[in-house]
Design a protein around this ligand. Structure first.
Ligand code: HPA
Length: 250
């Protein structure tokens, strides 16, 4: 018998079981390790080109989720959308409803430093933010969202093996892509922040809260220093490198 799911605070009840709102599928459909690209079509690309025995477990809002195998290891890949709020919804649900333990964001960033060039890889050791996301949680106090050291170290070693130009340090997780103040990034740059993106601070905070491991691996797609940006073909190749670094870091 089908019982209409009813919304109950922050989950649905379906046939007497709590289920997540933004991801379809049941516990067991998602692997313990999940790669998190912002773009759902990137999730599809990874599933189709890099994984074997793939199953699509979710298409809610077109935000694809797939589970398959990479070199015999079960892994999932889930699109999250852009920005802290969207990213945080998927991270919360993956952990709470699907028992995910290892979360690796794979994305792009804009360089703040002259020595960090297009196509370089940035491993986010920690994250700064001007977002209200954590201000609200920590009631105005500062919290330092930090990567899992084991994942960070493995990803670093893998990147070196792939002969990538690699940088490890702090990133800015921003709420604003089109900033009204074109000079604001220089404040962060002066304080050693390597690059800007829009998700890591939420990922690291939620993972820490729920005793999970998290890492953001980012390819430099543009530079605020020089104004350059990479084309779509380059982005694809860089993307594949990043996925391989992520998968072999596990
Ligand atoms: N701003 C925010 N996020 C980004 C950027 C940027 O310039 N480049 C890639 N992700």
């Amino acid at each position: 018998m089908f019982i209409m799911p009813k919304i109950c605070h922050k989950f649905l009840i379906h046939q007497g079981v709590r289920v997540s709102i933004h991801i379809n599928g049941k516990r067991g459909d998602v692997a313990e390790t999940v790669l998190l690209p912002g773009d759902p079509l990137r999730a599809k690309f990874i599933a189709e080109h890099l994984l074997q025995d793939v199953q699509c477990y979710s298409q809610v809002r077109g935000m694809y989720g797939f589970t398959g195998f990479y070199k015999g290891q079960r892994v999932s890949v889930q699109g999250t959308g852009m920005g802290l709020p969207s990213h945080s919804i998927y991270v919360n649900e993956l952990i709470d409803f699907f028992g995910v333990k290892n979360l690796i964001r794979i994305g792009t960033c804009g360089s703040f430093q002259e020595n960090i060039k297009l196509r370089d890889v940035v491993l986010a050791m920690s994250s700064c933010s001007e977002s209200n996301f954590n201000h609200k949680t920590f009631k105005g106090m500062d919290y330092s969202p930090t990567a899992d050291f084991g994942l960070l170290l493995q990803a670093y070693n893998q990147s070196k093996e792939k002969k990538k130009n690699i940088h490890v340090g702090s990133v800015l997780s921003s709420d604003v892509f089109y900033n009204e103040d074109p000079e604001e990034w220089k404040l962060w740059a002066r304080h050693g922040v390597l690059a800007v993106e829009m998700e890591t601070s939420a990922l690291y905070t939620i993972a820490a809260r729920k005793q999970c491991r998290a890492l953001s691996i980012l390819t430099v797609s543009d530079s605020l220093v020089t104004g350059e940006a990479s084309g779509s073909l380059e982005r694809e190749q860089n993307f594949t490198d990043m996925v391989e670094i992520a998968l072999s870091a596990l």
